[in-house]
Design a binder for this molecule. Structure first.
Ligand SMILES: C[S@@+](CC[C@H](N)C(=O)[O-])C[C@H]1O[C@@H](n2cnc3c(N)ncnc32)[C@H](O)[C@@H]1O
Length: 345
């Protein structure tokens, strides 16, 4: 029998849709997120963070849309996201860049999406972020490697949309480590800094030497996507199932979940894939909902939530149950030893 944490912000049974699996803090549904979003109550979500199938020309295995029609397609989801977000909620959208078909000319689709969502749907652009992935491989091969007329594209645009002008956000939750120079300055401000007026007229005072616990991050997020030994990957490998080909690095959703939500808030990923977002949300003590239309991706994503290193048979049982549409409740950490002691999951 499936049970639900009574403090979960929504009554899952009321949604009238069978989950693929549940955990202590979240629920994953398999289906078209257009239908699934419709089932959620209006103004119920704090943060939607997602990475849609990109509008690449080359068809990827998880079903990329062609650039034509892509903006209309994505807008239909964004309209619902707007409706379902709380007034101080945010919508964070990761979009990879693309080239026009057969030409060394960049597509403007990610910028058109930005303008369309603000002009047509009513979102505000709270801030534009750029995810720099130093481990990205050079592409497209024709322009970068063969003809050598374009450089390597290693930055995704990440648009932070908000429903109101003052969405919930707190930079103090995402402070980064001070630079070595700043650390020295904080140790001995007098030695390192003589207050003076800058040519710009800005008055630089000793206030700059105050220790705020860390530096304010910039909107350039440097995060390598080089996960190679997670429990998710080990689980896929042991069952000889291909891992999801376009996963978030956990640090990306982690940054926005910490920055834009508080413990107990609800985070939704409408194109969940391997459910990196749900896993990070659970770790950060937020509630989560994942929508994904490929059941195999969801079934393997459940491996993320098993705390004890499981044996192959337990993984297979879990996978088979989800694939056969038998909703599974993955128990909280404390009870999981029991879960894997017996055959039943
Ligand atoms: C770029 S991937 C997301 C990967 C994810 N961020 C992760 O960390 O694994 C996009 C996902 O959207 C899913 N998808 C595409 N159309 C969908 C739809 N209409 N409803 C739900 N999921 C969809 C695809 O199957 C794919 O797994």
């Amino acid at each position: 029998m499936l049970t639900q944490d009574i403090s979960f912000p929504l009554d899952i049974k009321k949604l009238g849709y069978k989950p693929a699996y549940l955990t202590d803090k979240g629920v994953a549904f398999c289906g078209d997120s257009l239908d699934l979003l419709n089932k959620l109550p209006d103004e119920s979500i704090n943060l939607v963070i997602t990475s849609p199938p990109f509008a690449l020309q080359r068809k990827k295995e998880y079903g990329n849309k062609n650039q034509d029609g892509y903006i209309d397609w994505l807008s239909s989801f964004a309209r619902l996201v707007y409706q379902k977000l709380k007034n101080d909620g945010s919508f964070v959208l990761d979009l990879g860049g693309a080239y026009e078909k057969g030409k060394p000319v960049r597509s403007l689709y990610n910028f058109r999406i930005l303008i369309n969502f603000c002009d047509e749907i009513g979102f505000f652009l709270a801030e534009d972020f750029y995810w720099f992935n130093p481990s990205k491989l050079p592409s497209p091969i024709e322009w970068v490697n063969k003809r050598k007329i374009r450089v390597k594209d290693s930055v995704n645009t990440v648009w932070w949309f908000s429903k109101s002008e003052f969405p919930k956000s707190d930079v103090r939750k995402v402070l980064t480590e001070y630079s070595p120079r700043m650390k020295k300055l904080l140790e001995n401000p007098d030695k390192f800094y003589a207050p003076k007026k800058r040519p710009s007229g800005h008055n630089i005072s000793k206030g700059f030497a105050k220790n705020n616990g860390g530096a304010i991050p910039s909107n350039l997020l440097q995060i390598p996507n080089s996960e190679s030994n997670s429990q998710y990957l080990r689980g896929c490998k042991s069952l000889k199932i291909k891992a999801h080909p376009a996963r978030f690095p956990g640090k990306l959703p982690e940054f926005f979940i910490r920055f834009l939500t508080e413990p107990g808030d609800l985070v939704v990923d409408i194109f969940a894939g391997s459910n990196t977002t749900g896993f990070v949300a659970e770790t950060e003590n937020r509630y989560w909902i994942a929508f994904e239309n490929n059941l195999e991706y969801l079934a393997t994503s459940s491996f993320r939530f098993i705390q004890q290193e499981p044996n192959e048979q337990s993984l297979r049982n879990l996978y088979e149950e989800i694939i056969s549409n038998n909703p599974i409740k993955i128990l909280p950490k404390s009870k999981q030893l029991k879960l894997f002691e017996g055959a039943a999951i």
